[in-house]
Ligand binder design. Sequence first.
Ligand SMILES: Nc1ncnc2c1ncn2[C@@H]1O[C@H](COP(=O)(O)OP(=O)(O)OP(=O)(O)O)[C@@H](O)[C@H]1O
Ligand SMILES: O=P(O)(O)OC[C@H]1O[C@H](OP(=O)(O)OP(=O)(O)O)[C@H](O)[C@@H]1O
Ligand SMILES: O=C(O)c1cccnc1
Length: 480
Amino acid sequence: MTYDNLTLHTDKYQINMMYAHWIHGTHESRAVFEVFFRKLPFGNGYAVFAGLQRIVEYVNSLHFDDECIQYLRKQEENYDPQFLEELRRFKFTGDLLAVEEGTIVFPNEPLIRVEGKIFEAQLLETAILNFMNFQTLIATKASRIRQVAPDDILMEFGTRRAQEADAAVWGARAAYIAGFDATSNMRAGMLFDIPSKGTHAHSWVQDHDSEEESFYRYAAALPDQVTLLVDTYDTLRSGVPHAIQVAKTMEQQGKRMGGIRLDSGDLAYLSKTARTMLDEAGLSYVKIVASNDLDENIIFNLKSQDARIDSWGVGTQLITAADQPALGGVYKLVAREKDGEFIPVIKISGNPEKVSTPGIKDVFRLVSLETGRAEADYVSLAGETDVMSGEKLKLYDKVHPYLYKYIEQYEAIPLLRHIFVDGRQVYRLPNLQDIRVYHQKQLGLFWPEFLRKLNPAKYLVDFSTKAWELKMELIHKNTK
Ligand SMILES: Nc1ncnc2c1ncn2[C@@H]1O[C@H](COP(=O)(O)OP(=O)(O)OP(=O)(O)O)[C@@H](O)[C@H]1O
Ligand SMILES: O=P(O)(O)OC[C@H]1O[C@H](OP(=O)(O)OP(=O)(O)O)[C@H](O)[C@@H]1O
Ligand SMILES: O=C(O)c1cccnc1
């Protein structure tokens, strides 16, 4: 079955709400939603925003075609045929703002803002969250892995263990944004122009009468990219000696073997011993690749054991974000149109963390002009001007106001960019290489204490006094 229209890639309740609005004639009234997450994944100090390209393609492609309409007609008898005709005319005509892919982001700040007819803005929730939550999660995981191996080659090997095909290719892209060097997935390579790399499987060795023969044949077929998997039978007694033999033969033909791959056993011990064997054979240029259920903790640990590994193939743990398989990004209504104007709305909860922050908001990164480093992010109500005019600001913990600091001499960089205006895409999607460069620059804005993998310092995301007072006012009004 091939059907790639994503318009019904949404929860039924969105269509139900669209229908109820249509029935009551309120479907064209305007509303504003914001996307944010509350908690960073993996105990990390930051997240890496990803998913925007997919969101842009999705919004541009939205349309209810014959298949969608027929399905809705069959599926829900309550839907009035005229509603289905209205859906046929559906098109996103609103505004969408978002932070750029590769941006370092933090909890509770708006990452995407959708403003439009409620009929349109409501539909987008499920897909936007689906794309952003997954891709941001994987980019963040990849960033942690990049941190522990800053100078090594990192290859994404996850497709076979990914949660289906889309996750594999978009996950490979997210990993590349955050600093991976290559993917084994050829389709991701083709779609996104990511370098593709690969070695060979155990089956190649098993499918020959001897390991030695399999190595020679592989090298003969692909002499410019020979990385031999040496652990099928006995890494040190058979695999590495056979690889050395092949490398020596290749030298006689004026060729150089690329590397060997270790895929089981004690990777610290085996890599050190293999390195010595290779070096003693005059093969110091032959690299050592390792794989086998690696993640940032194992790689960090292997490095602390002085493992001699140049290149890491990381699959399952990265592509499934195994230690935290979901990011809890949410899409919340912050304002709705009443009598021709936007009024802020709130969601109250017994859990204080879940009380939403009302009003249409902007977010700025405050970068010290003295140090060039980010001091805090500042969330203000749209239209507030103090931050843009560079005024001295008091940043304070709104619940514990005695915790405060002043900031002056800063540049306030707006993080939300216009992506769609009146339904028209106004943002040119950057190419992936530019996103990677931008991401590296983003990292350079932060002091290392916010970036470290273990127990990072908490970066300040401050709300303007006006935004905070609005929240308090609506809490009081709605809890009387
Ligand atoms: N020196 C090491 N220190 C810490 N972890 C290691 C070290 N060497 C390997 N590991 C990791 O330990 C785990 C060992 O996996 P496992 O117990 O399945 O052993 P294995 O050698 O892979 O066995 P198999 O032959 O079944 O593949 C893997 O995640 C691997 O990356
Ligand atoms: O361990 P991961 O991080 O998920 O990396 C991918 C794994 O996939 C392959 O194993 P598999 O047993 O599927 O195939 P093989 O016969 O080629 O080893 C490869 O050898 C890695 O071990
Ligand atoms: O190229 C490899 O070595 C590879 C690719 C995917 C999964 N495991 C290994």
